[in-house]
Write a protein that binds this ligand. Sequence first.
Ligand SMILES: O=C([O-])C(=O)C[C@H](O)[C@@H](O)C(=O)[O-]
Ligand SMILES: [Mg+2]
Length: 430
Amino acid sequence: MGSTSAPKITEVVITPVAVLDPPLLNASGVHQPYQLRAVIEVHTDAGITGLSEAYGDDPTLANLRKAAPALAGLSVFDVNGLTSRVALALGKVTPTNLTELVGRVSREKTVAQTVGAFEVACYDAQGRATGQRVCDLLGGAVREAVPYSAYLFYRWAVHPDGATGPDYPDDDWGDALDPDGIVRQARRLVDTYGFGSLKLKGGVFEPEAEAEAIEALREAFPEHPLRLDPNANWSVATSQRIAPRLEGLLEYLEDPTGGNPGMAEVARSTSLPLATNMCVTAFEEVPEAARLGSVSVVLSDHHYWGGFRASLKLAGICETFDWGMSMHSNTHLGISLAAMTHLAAAVPNLTYACDTHSPWTREDVIQPGALVWDKGSLAVPGSEGLGVELDRDALEKLHRQYLECGVRSRDDLSAMRLKDPAWERLNPRF
Ligand SMILES: O=C([O-])C(=O)C[C@H](O)[C@@H](O)C(=O)[O-]
Ligand SMILES: [Mg+2]
């Protein structure tokens, strides 16, 4: 196809939505009753529309809205043009981030987040224009089914008093606050989805209690690879105390402590591979990690690395430094899940099962049937583009929920203080 006949962007529509979210505990506090996402539609003069999904907090929305008008007239194939137009439109943008749990903020990362949000929609449009799947545009599928891991969370049964209205529909998972609760949760996730590996979100309770939960998981699931992610809520000394107990139990220990120097100290004292989505989260952080030897697995995430092409670049870096590659998730909907699946299908060295928050998200904006769980994996959806279609009624409903719920940014700390007003975010806590 010559560039003159390539679909050109005519309009970008950004719709914020709010989705029900359970009270999942982490190092920063607890999830609010609603998580925010932005649904992006990139319309073209060819009548084709590309879809994408991004964070939906106020600062992200402001950046998306600031950059969107600059895309008018751009070919959906011109991803380099997209990158430079977004950077120019954002100018000296204020660095923003969704949560401290995905590493430090920087201007580079803020621009990358915005580029990535539109880039995914452009790839979807490219696929729809050419009759190709996104994974084929990214180099071809090296796997037709992408394995995901069960994402286990300590959690309460219900949100704290005052966090929700009287009609808020709590889920039926109950609480999980000790090893038995975590094993019970894992059993249900494995039985329902067939997950073949398990990740426990840690950094919540005393590290010994979390190690005990890992031991209980090992006993209950002798064959499942296990991971623990304390989100940098352990000091170096604590990490060095606990890591030996976890050796032989975990396939990797994710972000036990904060920063590349601290991670490097821990790495030197344990045989456990250390993984991260906190100290290597942008290209500018790669040289220090490589120099110090702080990590051996990097969790990619197209939402903040800058989209598909940036993720392929990261894959090359991982290969160069002999780092394993996995995939991180924040709460997301089906458009992002499709994007994650196409990307993971096309990256040969992304050999670890990917993270997903899917089981915790009871609502969606896509039409059902495109993403079907089978033995903990998702087959690459569709025959062109991302392979998912918007459910307009659901989009409208979740947008209305956004307008009514009052949540405008992610704030796990304030959510936690509804239960315990004296709760402090200690960094690290343990
Ligand atoms: O692997 C991670 O660090 C995450 O998944 C970060 C997320 O924000 C997770 O902790 C959460 O949803 O609470
Ligand atoms: Mg992590």
